[in-house]
Design a protein around this ligand. Structure first.
Ligand code: ADP
Length: 504
């Protein structure tokens, strides 16, 4: 039922809500404080340096081999007869043009012919726009590379007689040759890359020619890039270290959130304790009122009985009126005592159905109304009774009368002077009793709360009407214990209560 029992549930709810909230705060805290870092698991550089050194060694080797081939070709070309010219040069891959500088008098004779690639270079050597100077061609007998920006890559060798041969290299072809050689050389040795890492060899165009390891690494930039520049271009090695996820939590965020969660828990615990204390106090009060009510009951019943007898004996109208007044007030007190006792019983879970009796419905309701005859008359309240359906009903009469008397008592207290009330009863499979009035009614927002124990309408608390706020709570509890219900119906004019009880 309402009141204390509901408060008990509410009390536990505060603690549960606090615990759930604290849990949410902690969970969110963990989420906010969580940091996932990718930490490299391979710190060793040595093997990578070894790889680089190996690559450099291979490129250097190729370069030396190339140079040797060029020098041999140059020696041959310097010695060669006109007919044999170009024969040795043609054997060396990547050569684009051979230029011969023979000595004839003061001027040098220049013979050029292409080997691979496009037509002879324009402007040609020693022509109007000089590509090579005399100095460069004849300065020394040692073979030299001529490799500067803006000019093609050249290899020159001069002899003791003042002749020289210049090889113009096609860098692209040369690089292609080097690349082919490198690929086959490097592929023969298995590259041992740490698991989860990636090693990549590429040319200066960025095109990868050898790749070993986990290709997924390429979603991030390389951790290491080692470069080697040779005559044939740039040869970078890129390395992605293997990474693993390391989860850490930011202490400040976690600490802050834990503090909030702790505060919520402490607050919840405090509220729970306070409510438990209030509940205990309320229970003590109820127990006290219950004991007092018990003590009231017997003398009150005796007073009411004696007054009724005295009223019957009385021949004096004035005394009769006074006795009627005592009877009304005594009954009011009796209803209050009944409600308190029922409430205390319900709280202890001891609200049990009494004896089911058969009553004539119309007679029963008339006798209820009779108890209010004088009270209603005093306030000018009229009440109509309309009974239909089965004449007799079998019901727990004490419970039913307590409910009906409570509803009628409320009309007397709250409907106001001159109110018009109505009690309509229909008995069939279910007993339906509608108790309505055209008074101030009950605001919609109180529709459900009004049935809570100790709940009194806002105005009625300040008004002079007496009450404990137990009448409706007890009435609904009694109706439910009979398998039925008591509800406040929506109404634009006054209060309308519907009591429904299934009949057997
Ligand atoms: P009490 O009468 O002791 O206050 P009840 O539980 O019987 O307790 O009623 C609760 C509240 O419902 C009352 O305080 C009153 O504000 C309101 N109420 C009950 N019946 C009526 C009615 N017929 N008209 C207007 N208000 C009512």
């Amino acid at each position: 039922m309402g009141g204390v029992i509901q408060q008990k549930a509410a009390s536990r709810r505060v603690l549960i809500v606090a615990v759930v909230l604290a849990g949410i705060v902690i969970t969110v805290g963990f989420g906010l404080a969580r940091r996932v870092d990718l930490v490299s698991t391979d710190q060793g550089e040595q093997w990578l340096e070894d790889e680089h050194r190996y690559l450099i060694a291979q490129i250097d080797l190729l370069e030396i081999q190339w140079e040797q081939a060029l020098e041999e070709a140059a020696d041959f070309e310097l010695e060669a007869s006109k007919r044999e010219r170009g024969e040795a040069a043609r054997e060396v891959l990547g050569l684009r043009q051979v230029s011969y500088f023979g000595k004839r008098g003061e001027a040098h004779e220049l013979v050029e012919f292409p080997l691979q690639g496009p037509a002879p270079l324009e402007p040609s050597l020693l022509s109007g726009e000089l590509v090579l100077t005399n100095e460069e061609v004849f300065s020394s007998h040692n073979p030299i590379w001529i490799d500067d920006a803006g000019r093609p890559l050249m290899y020159r060798k001069a002899d003791a007689h003042g002749s020289a041969v210049v090889f113009i290299l096609n860098k692209k072809i040369a690089r292609g040759v080097v690349l082919g050689e490198l690929k086959s050389l490097m592929r023969t040795v298995p590259r041992v890359v740490p698991a989860g890492g990636l090693l990549e060899f590429s040319g200066d165009s960025g095109k990868v020619w050898l790749s070993r390891g986990d290709a997924d690494c390429k979603s991030r930039p390389a951790d290491e890039t080692l470069r080697h520049y040779s005559r044939f271009g740039e040869w970078p090695i890129r390395y992605w270290r293997p990474r693993k996820e390391v989860v850490s939590y930011e202490a400040s965020v976690l600490g802050g959130m834990s503090l909030v969660a702790l505060l919520i828990l402490v607050g919840g615990y405090w509220a729970d304790r306070e409510q438990a204390r209030a509940l205990k106090l309320a229970a003590q009060r109820v127990s006290f009122v219950n004991s007092v009510s018990h003590e009231f009951r017997t003398p009150l019943t005796n007073i009411l009985l004696t007054t009724e007898l005295a009223q019957e004996d009385s021949r004096e109208p004035k005394a009769e009126r006074r006795l009627a007044l005592i009877l009304d007030e005594g009954r009011r007190l009796s209803r209050m005592v009944d409600n308190v006792l029922s409430y205390a019983r319900a709280e202890r879970g001891k609200l049990q159905l009494g004896q089911v009796r058969e009553v004539k419905l119309a007679e029963f309701l008339e006798s209820c109304l009779q108890q209010f005859e004088i009270l209603f008359a005093r306030k000018g309240i009229t009440c109509e009774l309309d009974v239909s359906g089965d004449e007799r009903v079998e019901i727990e009469v004490d419970f039913l009368s307590q409910i009906v008397l409570n509803l009628l008592s409320n009309i007397e207290k709250y409907a106001g002077d001159g109110a018009v009330a109505k009690v309509e009863a229909v008995a069939g499979k279910t007993l339906r009793i509608t108790v309505s009035d055209n008074g101030v009614g009950i605001p919609a927002e109180l529709k459900f709360r009004i049935f809570d124990a100790f709940e009194r309408g806002g105005d009625s608390v300040t008004s002079t009407s007496s009450g404990t706020g137990l009448g409706l709570a007890i009435s609904r509890e009694l109706a439910r214990s009979m398998g039925g219900d008591l509800q406040l119906k929506n109404s634009t004019n006054g209060a309308v209560f519907l009591l429904e009880i299934p009949l057997f």
